[in-house]
Write a protein that binds this ligand. Structure first.
Ligand code: NAD
Ligand code: MG
Length: 392
């Protein structure tokens, strides 16, 4: 049995991970589950999976969960609270696999803790890699951790790498990485119509069902921008060797272009349970619960260039990657503020890139040589972006 710590168990990735684990019950035991606010869902999960620990950062909510669990005789899960508790459960000796599925930079320290304690780290929380790329990759290398990407594009790229490939290495014979992008819900909506799109429209992704933050990121294409940065750190590739290709059907999840002209791709139905099952079972394979790909139903695969004019977030992300240092952390923090403001109806959709660009312009890019520097850049940028928000 492999011990699993699932950080962010009540979210979209968390639920899909538990679906895969339910199908492979004899292979995994859940050591820890964590959630931010959704206590009811976490309670149900504790009753079903009986983790040793459940973590809720907020003390009052943790207390409520603890009281509810006490009424349930079949479950003696210990409830912990505080952000430190997320790191504590990620480091437990009985944990073999940490699934990092918290959204945003809030997942940074627990992801880092898993890397530092040499775990098999299944990374969905792309923001932590964007914010602390070199630091996280060094922590993985220095502590003998295994970093496996859950993001579907990066998982596809990993599957297309040469035999024996480990993340963090520059693969032999690779010319380019090609990240596919669905183009999101506004691919075919005119730029002139984007100013008035609603939260509901932005979150209605054509192919994937996901949390709100990543859904808005997909609509602005910042998600693809963050993924370019993620790919650069995971596969040690510079920005100019990472292309984005719009592929609206989301059947090809990404491609590796080799020097000899071979292009390897990974295909499948757009369902996160496939990359999750791949990474959980790696280097073996097991069931994911995803239906086989039907080539007759999916007989039209099309491709187009992304529009940097319509989706300025993509350009901002390439620029941040080229600028290096704390620039990606600044980009990410400004984006988190802008997306939250859009979700709470304080900012128009087309003002998201404008707010991010303004915040980046006045922020100082430093060398990202310590986690404190990165956290400082994150905090400073949030303050700047919140201030600018008032002018929109
Ligand atoms: P979600 O919003 O559905 O779930 C987020 C989870 O994180 C929840 O369990 C929530 O309780 C927890 N959380 C939120 N804020 C927290 C905080 N401050 N402290 C502690 N826990 C907190 O998000 P999601 O769609 O599951 O995405 C999770 C991560 O996976 C994101 O980084 C996203 O970019 C990445 N990802 C998601 C998908 C997808 O299909 N959903 C695909 C690829 C990558
Ligand atoms: Mg993705």
């Amino acid at each position: 049995m492999k011990g699993v710590c699932l950080l962010g168990s009540t979210g979209s990735i968390g639920l899909s991970t538990l679906d895969v684990i339910r199908l492979n019950k004899n292979t995994y035991s859940i050591v820890a589950l964590t959630a931010n606010k959704n206590i009811e869902r976490l309670l149900e999960q504790c009753i079903e999976f009986k983790p040793v620990y459940a973590v809720v950062p907020d003390h009052d909510l943790a207390e409520i969960l603890s009281n509810k669990l006490r009424l349930s005789v079949a479950c003696d899960t210990r409830v912990l609270s505080g952000m430190d508790a997320l790191e504590f459960v990620a480091e437990l000796p009985e944990v073999d696999i940490v699934v990092a599925a918290i959204v945003g930079a809030a997942g940074l320290l627990s992801t880092l803790a898993a890397a530092k304690s040499g775990k098999t780290l299944l990374l969905a929380n792309k923001e932590s890699l964007v914010v602390s790329g070199d630091l996280l990759m060094s922590a993985v290398k220095e502590n003998g951790a295994t970093l496996l990407p859950l993001d579907s594009e990066h998982n596809a790229l990993f599957q297309c790498m040469p035999d024996g490939y480990k993340t963090g290495q520059r693969a032999n014979g690779v010319r380019k990485l090609i990240l596919t992008a669905s183009g999101g819900p506004f691919l075919n909506v005119a730029l002139s119509k984007l100013a008035n799109v609603t939260v509901e429209q932005a979150c209605a992704h054509p192919n994937w069902s996901m949390g709100h933050k990543i859904s808005v990121d997909s609509a602005t294409m910042m998600n693809k921008g963050l993924e370019v940065i993620e790919a650069s750190y995971l596969f040690d590739m510079p920005a100019d060797l990472i292309d984005v290709l719009v592929h609206p059907q989301s059947i090809i999840h990404s491609l590796v272009d080799y020097l000899d002209g071979s292009v390897l791709a990974q295909l499948g139905n757009p369902d996160m349970k496939t990359p999750i099952a791949h990474a959980l079972a790696w280097p073996k394979r097991h069931e994911s619960g995803v239906s086989p790909l039907d080539f007759i139903i999916n007989n039209q695969l099309s491709f187009e260039e992304p529009s940097f004019d319509k989706f300025p977030c993509l350009r901002l992300a390439y620029d941040a990657l080229n600028a290096k240092g704390t620039a990606p952390a600044i980009l990410n923090a400004a984006n988190e503020v802008a997306v939250e403001a859009f979700l709470t109806k304080k900012l128009r959709f087309t003002d998201i890139p404008k707010l991010i660009e303004k915040a980046i312009k006045v922020s100082t890019i430093r060398c990202a040589d310590s986690i404190d520097t990165v956290l400082k850049a994150d905090a400073e940028t949030r303050e700047i972006a919140e201030k600018y928000l008032e002018s929109f």
